[in-house]
Ligand binder design. Structure first.
Ligand SMILES: [Cu+2]
Length: 259
């Protein structure tokens, strides 16, 4: 008799437990995006602002190092000069490329949906393209092999599970994602020791990588106080505190110094 009374309660408890702990098997406890089923925070376009800036460079950059790529002639023949390492790329206007800029703090309590568009990491000319990139947590990373050469992509994150994928044929594509935020996930190729890339994984859409003009913009930010961090492979990180007022275009300029 008593069992009959207790059984429904036990079932309810089990259901509650599954609901609380299931969550689609997100073992890293990410509270981002669609996976958790939380509604995305609405950003009011009438008050949203932005942060833009430039990553300046002073001092002397190290000489670009030639990559010894003779072992892969099909890659090597794609280069009229070089190929050079991409660790420090100073632009003609004195700015720094390949800097990952993102909102480090100020978005706490907000939830952002995961973009459906993938981010592409290409293997082209036996180098990663781009060398530095960003994705949102759980966003698809589309890994492509544009070379007629065997590559073995091997990201080594700390907060998500690492993986190791062999792509022996040209035009192969593999999809993966990172469930947990991490600055930065290093990527290497087990076949070619010179191939390196870095992936910034954040649980919101406010990130950018500087290109050939050294500028960045983080649009559509709700008004608030933010800590902006700029990361560079060799020169480390810098942070700036920025307040964005209603519909304001705020500025955050960084300067990295070479030797
Ligand atoms: Cu490779």
């Amino acid at each position: 008799m008593r069992i009959r009374q207790i059984l429904p309660w036990m079932l309810i408890l089990v259901c509650l437990f599954v609901a609380a702990c299931g969550g689609g098997g997100d073992e890293n406890g990410g509270e981002n995006g669609d996976g958790g089923g939380e509604a995305a925070t609405e950003i009011d376009p009438a008050t949203a602002g932005s942060i833009a800036g430039t990553i300046n460079f002073t001092g002397t950059a190290p000489e670009p190092e030639l990559i010894q790529m003779d072992a892969e002639p099909t890659c090597m023949e794609q280069y009229s000069e070089g190929p050079f390492t991409q660790e420090v790329v100073v632009n003609d206007n004195g700015t720094l490329a390949n800097v990952f800029v993102y909102v480090k703090t100020g978005l706490e309590g907000m939830t952002f949906s995961t973009p459906s568009e993938p981010v592409v990491l290409d293997q082209n000319g036996c180098r990663y393209e781009p060398h530095v990139l960003g994705v949102q947590t759980d966003q698809t990373l589309l890994i492509r092999n544009s070379d007629d050469v065997l590559h073995n992509i091997h990201p080594e994150p700390t907060n998500s599970r690492s993986f190791n994928v062999s792509q022996p044929n040209q035009d192969m594509e593999t999809e993966r994602s990172f469930p947990a935020a991490e600055i930065m996930v290093p990527v290497g190729c087990d076949v070619h020791g010179w191939m390196t890339a870095y992936i910034g994984v954040v649980d919101h859409p406010y990130f950018a990588v500087t290109g050939s003009d050294g500028s960045f913009e983080l649009p559509n930010l709700p008004p608030g106080d933010y800590e902006i961090e700029a990361w560079h492979e060799l020169y480390g990180t810098q942070t700036i505190n920025v307040t964005v007022g209603e519909s304001e275009s705020a500025t955050a300029d960084f300067t990295f110094e070479g030797g």
